[in-house]
Ligand binder design. Structure first.
Ligand SMILES: Cc1cc2nc3c(=O)[nH]c(=O)nc-3n(C[C@H](O)[C@H](O)[C@H](O)COP(=O)(O)OP(=O)(O)OC[C@H]3O[C@@H](n4cnc5c(N)ncnc54)[C@H](O)[C@@H]3O)c2cc1C
Length: 309
């Protein structure tokens, strides 16, 4: 079976989520990659170094610079003429590209897989991760997105893939790139951080969130996350959101501060290796998944903890 993996990148380097997608693809057989970008030859060369990769299809065109799904999907569909499966990481952009590919191929997408059970059989979460479904595709071609936290990352070096230039139709004329507002932060990226400190509605407002959560995160070298209630209330931007409709994370340590532990939040963090919860309500559901729980007022406990670190 030949699988085409879409490489997520910023025209300079390969994003980590791609490496988990490669691991999933390797379970199906031969792994080919697609690097579609603009001035992204360095990305194609780096992608060829990923362990286990055979061929890297490299499409260099200004139309692919911002990974607009409308432009990339037809290119992928062309390449699917000689591939059996298409895999993208279940990231924001991967989740934008894959459904368009599935629609153009007229197949059912298999989303957010957790494991590969057979050539066409996979497990995936349903009901916000409260049940795991085993699904089998009956389509001739597969279109799959991969949950990054469920697969180990392939080694970024040690491979000997061959880069092959390809051309696509370029600009499909359906969308255009207007601009991007990217939050710049010195802190680690949420989905690849080893430690995450997350704050909930209890943090009251953005100033209090900043003054309480950020010093603890900085002492620990941690990324900062938030519940949806904290995001909806405007304490932090929505790319901080962890959960069913936010990011799925599985760090070594997840510290939930003033977060109740609604199932939609747990769906995004319950696979963390160690969960620490600080909540003043001893009956808060977060304590059911926590390895370490502190029943305390966060406004006393967090500054004290930060001070002692
Ligand atoms: C379709 C759908 C999708 C959703 N997706 C997501 C998602 O992706 N992510 C997500 O997080 N939510 C999501 N939600 C919302 C979710 O149901 C909850 O509403 C949300 O997670 C609650 O956020 P919270 O725990 O911060 O707030 P609350 O539930 O209000 O909890 C606040 C907690 O803080 C504690 N507390 C208050 N004051 C203090 C103090 N001084 N010291 C210590 N503890 C204190 C309280 O005891 C309480 O447990 C979704 C909901 C729906 C319907």
């Amino acid at each position: 079976m030949k699988t085409l993996v879409w490489v997520e990148h910023d025209n300079a380097s390969v994003k980590d989520a791609t490496l988990s997608a490669v691991t999933a693809a390797a379970k199906l057989g031969e792994v080919h990659l697609l690097v579609a970008g603009s001035g992204a030859r360095a990305v194609a060369d780096a992608a060829a170094q990923i362990a286990g990769v055979g061929k890297v299809h490299f499409a260099d065109d200004a139309a692919y610079e911002h990974a607009l799904a409308e432009n990339i999907a037809p290119l992928i569909v062309d390449l699917m003429g000689h591939h059996d499966a298409f895999i993208a990481p279940a990231t924001t952009t991967g989740k934008n590209v894959a459904p368009r590919v599935a629609a153009l191929l007229d197949v059912a997408q298999i989303s957010d897989i957790l494991s590969v059970e057979g050539e066409k059989t996979f497990t995936r979460p349903i009901y916000a991760g409260n049940a795991i479904a085993t699904v089998e595709s009956s389509d001739a071609k597969l279109v799959i997105t991969v949950r990054g936290t469920a697969f180990a990352k392939a080694e970024a070096t040690g491979g000997s893939g061959v880069v092959e230039d390809v051309t696509g139709a370029g600009d499909a004329g359906l969308s255009s790139f207007v601009g991007a507002e990217i939050a710049k932060s010195e802190r680690p990226e949420l989905t690849s951080a080893k430690i995450i400190v997350s704050g909930g509605r209890a943090l009251k407002d953005s100033e209090t969130f900043e003054a309480t959560i950020m010093p603890l995160a900085d002492k620990l070298g941690a990324a900062v996350g938030a519940s949806r209630a904290a995001v909806d209330a405007g304490y932090v931007p929505n790319d901080y959101q962890v959960g069913q409709t936010g990011k799925i994370v599985a760090p070594e340590v997840y510290i939930a501060v003033g977060i109740s532990g609604a199932i939609q939040h747990l769906a995004g963090m319950k696979d963390s290796k160690t969960i620490i919860a600080i909540n003043k309500d001893e009956d808060a559901p977060i304590f059911q998944v926590a390895d370490v729980g502190l029943v305390a007022d966060l406004f006393t406990a967090v500054p004290e903890l930060t001070g002692k670190l």
